[in-house]
Write a protein that binds this ligand. Structure first.
Ligand code: SAH
Length: 210
């Protein structure tokens, strides 16, 4: 499969029916999801691996990981409505066997995995809403892929937070992220923002990766 093809499949999946502003339910656009998953795949961190998709929403990232040969994906999401759509999306591609759906707050998930993929809330509604996601990701995995706003203050926060938690940034790629006007407070038809796609890796005591 090519990256473009993956992006196309993911962009055709069903999105949020009833997006909840307080949960910041923006689905990851196909191009952004493919960017993250392709990097993870080229690092050998998808195929045959056990993966957690934290705040899985309608399942875009987890389903993409399954398409690229993940052994198993835990899709953790506290909104049951979103999780039902994720289930249907997985089924439409024959991937039910690869995905396990867990209706839970991310802070309660505790299974160790090889790789985390996530698109946490950007914190537009609740400042630092991405924090519990980062905390959990660093607890359950040595390798974490995540998406955050490409803004100076966010970058400074991420850099400090990652370092303070014994991780380092190995990759950061800035990409366009389109958000449809799904919430009343979006005035434009389509909001185009810039996000950073990151790869984080755990450090050992002497500063080298595990
Ligand atoms: N990963 C999906 C959705 C991203 S939107 C995608 O890439 O398309 C962020 C998701 O995190 C939403 O589905 C929201 O319901 C979920 N979420 C927000 N806070 C959460 C929490 N504390 N625990 C679990 N899920 C949460």
């Amino acid at each position: 499969m090519k990256k473009k093809h993956l992006a196309m499949i993911l962009s055709k999946l069903r999105g949020f029916e009833n997006p909840k502003a307080e949960l910041e339910q923006y689905r990851t656009p196909g191009n952004v999801a493919a960017e993250m998953l392709w990097l993870a795949h080229s690092m050998g961190e998808i195929e045959g691996k056990t993966i957690a998709d934290l705040g899985a929403g309608t399942g875009v990232l987890g389903i993409g990981a399954c398409l690229l040969g993940a052994d198993k994906v835990y899709a953790v999401e506290r909104d049951i409505e979103a999780l039902e759509i994720a289930g249907e999306n997985a089924k439409s591609l024959g991937l039910e066997g690869c995905m396990e759906f867990i209706e839970s707050d991310v802070s309660e998930f505790s299974i160790k995995v090889d790789t985390v993929v996530m698109n946490p809330p950007f914190g537009a509604q609740k400042p630092r809403a991405d924090r519990p996601f980062l905390v959990k990701a660093f607890e359950v995995s040595d390798v974490v892929y995540s998406i955050h706003l490409a803004k100076e203050e966010v970058r400074r926060f991420i850099e400090a937070f990652v370092r303070d938690n014994g991780f380092k940034i190995t990759h950061r790629k800035t990409v366009d992220f389109e958000i449809p006007a799904q919430f009343f407070f979006h005035r434009k038809k389509l909001e185009r923002i810039k996000v950073d796609v990151y790869r984080f890796e755990r450090l050992t005591v002497d500063g080298t990766p595990v």
